[in-house]
Design a protein around this ligand. Structure first.
Ligand SMILES: Cc1cc2nc3c(=O)[nH]c(=O)nc-3n(C[C@H](O)[C@H](O)[C@H](O)COP(=O)(O)O)c2cc1C
Length: 352
């Protein structure tokens, strides 16, 4: 049976190992929501991952929710990301762009002037969000009109095209954690009465149409999907997440995606990995609180094809080497997760 350090094919991507860097927002983008030289160094340092999945990246100004997150919708953003993909490829790595439209999980202070906060329904998420002026409550989103939805799907298609122009090996659709795709899927945030809401089939429609549009750009074998059935993050709630995600995966499975990326999240009380294996026929990346031993075990048992690591990749740029050598891991500094600047971003040490 394969091990964590063995190579893997995910769709059109050849990975040197099965240790994946999980997508993580780090809030260090420049004016114009461009990645910077700091990002080039951050991702280059982590290129020994079999695959890097980038921080969530908005496909439009409306899609931004948090402060200092990068975009992929202007020529300057594409050119800036090209520096990152070139650096990762020169170091022998592979890199996928995570496309994240935040929908209602946003604050106007974090967005460009004129950008709107849109969602399936005008239902405000409960909770607060970080802004440069401190924590502030979520604001009420504007419900998308039926005739606007094709334009939002087009943002994802264009973002995919832009990602390939920027040199990314693939793209990942972020469909959990309370953001726009999850808002359409879930009964608590989607109370539409047209073909994008109400019945289960209607709630799935947005995500399926987004994936279809992304797949059309250059094939489904460069496109991944990230889910976490039952995830309550950002006030997400669904009457029956097992039913929703089983039906979603039944519809997605024939598309031939590069991979499905599943967060197991023990607290939700659903066996998300079993659900994924039961309803998705393709490569599976699993995530959430794995260490090297447990990751090796799930790969040897054939439960998963790869494992993604989040927090341990932030503090250990050379995580695959540390796993191979059984070396100690650096500790994470929570205070610098989202702070601007190099500290806590590019200054975690590698082994000598
Ligand atoms: C600082 C931070 C930022 C994150 N941002 C994102 C994100 O942009 N997109 C996403 O899908 N998940 C995001 N996550 C979740 C991680 O991808 C991952 O699911 C989580 O950290 C659990 O994996 P771990 O136990 O290996 O850290 C973030 C997590 C952290 C710690």
């Amino acid at each position: 049976m394969p091990a964590l350090i063995d190579s893997l094919t995910l769709g059109r991507m050849q990975l040197a190992n099965r240790i994946v860097m999980a997508p993580m927002t780090r809030s260090r983008a420049n004016d114009g929501d461009r990645v910077s030289d700091l990002h080039v160094e951050y991702y280059r340092q982590r290129a020994s991952a079999g695959l890097i999945i980038t921080e969530g990246t908005q496909p439009s100004a409306d899609g931004k929710g948090y402060c200092r997150t990068p975009g992929i919708y202007t020529a300057a953003q594409v050119a800036a990301w090209r520096q990152v993909t070139d650096a990762v490829h020169q170091a022998g790595g592979r890199i996928v762009l995570q496309i994240m439209h935040c929908g209602r999980v946003a604050h106007p202070d974090n967005k460009a002037a004129g950008a709107e906060t849109v969602a399936p329904s005008a239902i405000t998420a409960r909770g607060d969000m970080f802004t440069e002026g401190g924590m502030k409550p979520f604001t009420e989103p504007r419900a998308l009109r039926l005739d606007e939805i094709p334009g939002v799907i087009e943002q994802y298609r264009q973002a995919t095209e832009n990602a390939y122009a920027a040199g990314f090996d693939g793209v990942e659709l972020h469909a959990t954690s309370g953001y726009l795709p999850a808002q359409f899927l879930s009964t608590g945030s989607n109370q539409r009465s047209d073909q994008y809401g109400g019945s289960l089939v209607n709630r799935l429609r947005f995500v399926l149409e987004v994936l279809a549009a992304m797949n059309l750009v250059d094939g489904a074998d460069r496109v991944g999907l990230r889910i976490c059935p039952g995830n309550p993050f950002n006030d997400l709630s669904d009457d029956n997440p097992e039913e929703t995600f089983s039906a979603l995966l039944d519809a997605v499975s024939p598309m031939g995606l590069a991979y499905l990326h599943v967060i197991r999240m023990a607290a939700v009380g659903i066996d998300n990995i079993a659900l994924a294996r039961g309803h998705f026929d393709g490569p599976l990346i699993v995530n959430d609180s794995y260490d090297a031993a447990e990751a090796n075990a799930v790969i040897e048992q054939g439960t998963a094809d790869a494992v993604s690591f989040g927090r341990s990749f932030i503090s250990n740029p050379d995580l695959p080497r540390r796993f191979e050598q059984g070396a100690a891991l650096n500790k994470l500094d929570p205070a610098t997760l989202y702070s601007a600047g190099p500290e806590g971003f590019i200054d975690y040490p590698s082994l000598a």
